[in-house]
Design a protein around this ligand. Structure first.
Ligand code: ADP
Ligand code: MG
Length: 688
């Protein structure tokens, strides 16, 4: 038996268990060995029966003197009762609906029972204890020690995992160590065999922790190694060298109706420097909603176009692509940019404002007549060919899948530079892990003209008051968003509830006003039309499902009301809030909730008093952990590493060591197993 032996080949595992295990992603012996306990139950305390006391969690060791089954027909229960005797006394043990025990425990051998001591009318008894029959010379697995408790699934119990893993453990002796020796030594880590033995069956909590430390280290180390290796490998690829045109850049910046913030200047500079190199830029521009990422990307675009290259700018939704097309056409109108919009529903050129033929546009892109193409992932799907693609920009990059991103970026013989942008504020420790292969530019501060968005939790009794406040804002010429969560599973029901909400507000409190409805089931064109109406001020109040979340820019909107705010995470609420306050007007966010539960209120209070997305992200990381936070869970990062992704000191320490290893062994040929392992690690996970 070796780690790669399929579980089907384990004698003790039949087809039923094979199926259940595969559902949990356990396919090989190795997967079982690396199925770690989520916790341990302490049954080390072996107590003489005469010393038992009510409420104790104990293990007793003795012989079964008598065992029988009673049926409580009325309650449909079958009760097994056994009497255990040691050299001091006898105690009864009771189980429900486990009738097989009458045969299993009918034995002359020593048995051990671990569980809680209860007090019934006949005195003390053991409630539903875990049992184990002792065979001479065998380690106890279920009782009398720290008992590993495993993440379970229906039909596979902790008991079963303990049993099978204890049988497989001898092979850990033959496992090869994958962490370099000096790294083990330097960090005082257990070797692989030792660590596996101890994580499953530790003698005490210290052993368990020491074992866990090794795997935490190893998991983070692997991720860092994969990221840093990928980062180094970029240097072997050829990219166009895009020289910064300082004159042009200055002229452009001076023509803006505002002053760039210091972070905008710094980020733009970092990007321009990257593009001057002959290997691909791979940079993430991270900045809160409204921090002004678009103009930074426009500076990069300007220089790429000036150097004779094409730029592809991709947004996750058609609405956003359209908005970018409009804004960037305006921003770059006095430059050499020939701009096109290319989405599923639309093909437009900035100088002629109507749909043109798809094939014609493709031809123009191929010839290079169009040099700035803004679109959605349709660009990749349609296999658009470029003449000289120099720069790819991905807005809200986390919304693109990993494969999608790869297909967007690989174009032509030379690798274009890649600028990714995200408004998801990711704490540094997390960014170093999931974006460990990227360089990061941060927009730390908001443009100076922004006012704090006044944020209030609105309980049910103040709903009317909030409506009245909104009316006043509308009366003074501003606009409002109302977002509400959709809870229904089915799309049809979703649509119905979106419409119902719309009717209710339109016929009720906002009868006097022009009310719009935006939801995910609308056709692109219809969505676009509604957003245009909103932009042009033809809609006063826009009722929306969460589709409004990403990037939409309506400077005149001053109110964001979120109905059912408790249903959204902090990050998402913050994204919604960022839809307003995008100009100089005082703006408001109302968080409506029917819930007054403590944890809901605590969460909403945080967003009430915190404006910074980064601070909120830190809270989220603490409150919910990275798995819940952005859907990092689907990333395949092992749980054990996940729990430590907030630990910046640890992550930085490990990253340094991974970097050192690569410095000495860029291709890792000295560590073939490690090399193979990290090749399967997926970086840049898709976030929510
Ligand atoms: P995001 O980072 O969310 O993509 P945008 O790029 O859409 O933000 O910018 C939001 C708004 O702020 C836009 O209307 C933009 O013109 C404006 N803006 C960008 N930078 C500045 C600045 N330095 N000062 C004032 N307004 C700015
Ligand atoms: Mg944006």
């Amino acid at each position: 038996m070796i780690p790669s032996t399929p579980i089907e080949n384990i004698k003790r595992i039949g087809p039923a268990y094979t199926k259940r295990l595969k559902k949990m992603g356990i396919k090989e012996v190795g997967d079982l060995l690396f199925h770690f306990p989520s916790r341990y139950q302490d049954f080390t305390n072996i107590v003489k029966i005469k010393d038992l006391q009510k409420g104790d969690e104990v293990t007793v060791q003795g012989h079964v003197t008598h065992i029988n089954q009673r049926n409580l027909y009325k309650r449909g229960l079958k009760i097994v009762e056994a009497y255990i005797e040691d050299d001091t006394d006898t105690i009864k043990a009771v189980w429900f609906n486990q009738t097989y025990l009458t045969t299993t425990l009918d034995t002359k051998k020593t048995v051990m029972l671990s569980g809680k001591v209860g007090l019934g009318k006949d005195g003390l008894y053991l409630q539903n204890p875990i049992y184990e029959i002792k065979n001479l010379g065998e380690m106890s697995v279920h009782t009398g020690r720290l008992i590993p408790i495993y993440p379970e699934t229906s039909g596979v119990s902790s008991r079963w995992f303990r049993y099978i893993i204890s049988k497989l453990l001898p092979i850990v002796e033959s496992l090869e160590e994958q962490l370099p020796k000096n790294i083990l030594k330097q960090n005082n880590l257990l070797g692989i065999g030792d660590a596996l033995q101890k994580i499953h069956f530790p003698k005490n909590t210290e052993e368990a922790e020491k074992a866990r430390d090794r795997f935490v280290f190893e998991n983070i180390f692997d991720i860092q190694l994969a990221a840093l290796k990928k980062k180094r490998e970029l240097k072997d690829l050829a990219s166009p060298t895009i020289k910064t045109n300082i004159e042009l850049t200055k002229k452009f910046v001076n023509s803006l109706p505002f002053q760039l913030t210091d972070s905008q200047k710094k980020s733009a500079w970092q990007i321009l420097k990257d593009m001057e190199r002959n290997f691909p830029m791979n940079r993430l521009l991270e900045g809160d909603v409204g921090s002004g990422k678009t103009v930074v990307s426009a500076i990069a675009t300007l220089n790429a176009i000036d150097a004779g290259y094409q730029v592809a700018f991709m947004a996750p939704t058609e609405i956003l692509a359209t908005q970018h097309f409009k804004n960037l056409s305006e921003l770059l109108k006095d430059t050499n940019a020939n701009i096109a919009l290319f989405t599923r529903g639309q093909r437009r050129l900035s100088h002629i404002n109507k749909n043109i033929n798809k094939e014609k546009l493709k031809a123009q892109i191929k010839e290079g007549a169009v040099n700035f193409i803004i679109g959605t992932h349709t660009l990749a799907q349609e296999g658009v060919e470029f003449k000289k693609l120099g720069l790819v920009i991905l807005d809200e990059q986390h919304r693109f899948g990993v494969k999608q991103r790869a297909s967007l970026v690989r174009r032509g013989k030379k690798n274009p530079h890649l600028l990714s942008m995200t408004a998801t504020p990711i704490p540094r420790s997390l960014a170093l892990t999931i974006y460990g292969d990227l360089d990061i530019s941060l927009l730390k501060e908001m443009p100076h003209n922004r006012k704090t968005i006044i944020t209030n939790i609105v309980p049910p009794e103040k709903r009317l008051k909030a409506y009245n406040f909104i009316k006043k804002e509308l009366d003074s010429g501003h606009q409002a968003f109302v977002v509400f969560p959709l809870v229904e599973e089915s799309k049809i029901l979703e649509l119905k509830s979106a419409k119902a909400e719309y009717e209710k507000l339109k016929e009720g409190p906002f009868k006097k006003y022009r009310v719009g409805l935006l939801h995910g089931r609308l056709k692109t064109k219809e969505k676009e039309e509604i957003m245009t109406q909103m932009e042009e001020g033809k809609i006063d109040i826009l009722i929306s499902t969460s589709v409004v979340e990403v990037g939409i820019d309506i400077p005149n909107a001053t109110i964001m009301m979120i109905d059912g705010a408790d249903r959204f995470g902090l990050a998402q609420l913050h994204q919604f809030r960022g839809r307003v306050g995008r100009a100089q007007h005082q703006s408001y966010a109302f968080l409506l909730t029917d819930s007054s539960g403590g944890s809901v209120m605590r969460r909403l209070k945080i967003i009430e008093k915190t404006q910074s997305g980064f601070e909120l992200a830190q809270y989220d990381l603490k409150l919910r952990g990275p798995g819940e936070m952005y859907g990092v869970r689907q990333s395949g990062i092992p749980d054990i590493a996940m729990q430590n992704l907030g630990n910046i000191e640890l992550i930085e320490k490990i990253r340094e060591q991974a970097d050192k290893l690569l410095e000495e062994n860029p291709t890792l040929e000295k560590y073939p197993q490690l090399k193979q392992k990290i090749e399967s690690i997926q970086l840049n996970v898709h976030l929510e």
